[in-house]
Design a protein around this ligand. Structure first.
Ligand code: AMP
Length: 124
């Protein structure tokens, strides 16, 4: 169940400020307030979805295309496509999701390290 008192819903309603870098009718992208990489941007749909689980189950094909295209467009706008970048969407408690409004982290500007630092490399 989506609760509209989350911080990204407040940003969308302009009740609290953000540092926007991209906006269209359906999507907003803004800088993460606590960046963990030289470039750390969040891309969110303007519609009310809790997470990737909620979105992938309920969103229309058009909404999914629009959001995915925006993620790529934002990364290109930031000049990240040449050297590469990482896109992450945390889902729920085990995924480490803190804000219950769907968002994609775009991380770049340097080599982004292991997905799980310290974890054993299970790739042969
Ligand atoms: P997650 O753990 O995937 O839910 O990530 C939530 C992200 O939102 C974290 O990286 C926070 O630093 C970021 N965040 C929280 N509040 C704000 C805010 N007011 N403006 C920008 N980013 C925020």
């Amino acid at each position: 169940m989506y609760h509209s008192d989350n911080i990204f819903a407040k940003i969308l309603r302009k009740e609290i400020p953000c540092d926007p870098i991209f906006e269209n009718d359906d999507v907003l992208a803004f800088k993460d307030i606590s960046p963990v990489a030289p470039v750390h941007v969040l891309v969110i749909p303007k519609s009310a979805y809790v997470s990737m689980d909620d979105f992938s189950a309920k969103a229309s094909d058009q909404e999914i295309v629009t959001l995915m295209r925006a993620v790529g467009e934002v990364a290109r706008q930031l000049g990240l496509e040449k050297d590469g970048y990482r896109v992450i969407s945390n889902v729920g408690e085990f995924g480490g999701q803190q804000v219950p409004h769907l968002h994609f982290h775009i991380l770049g500007g340097e080599k982004i390290g292991s997905l799980r630092p310290g974890a054993e490399d299970t790739h042969a």
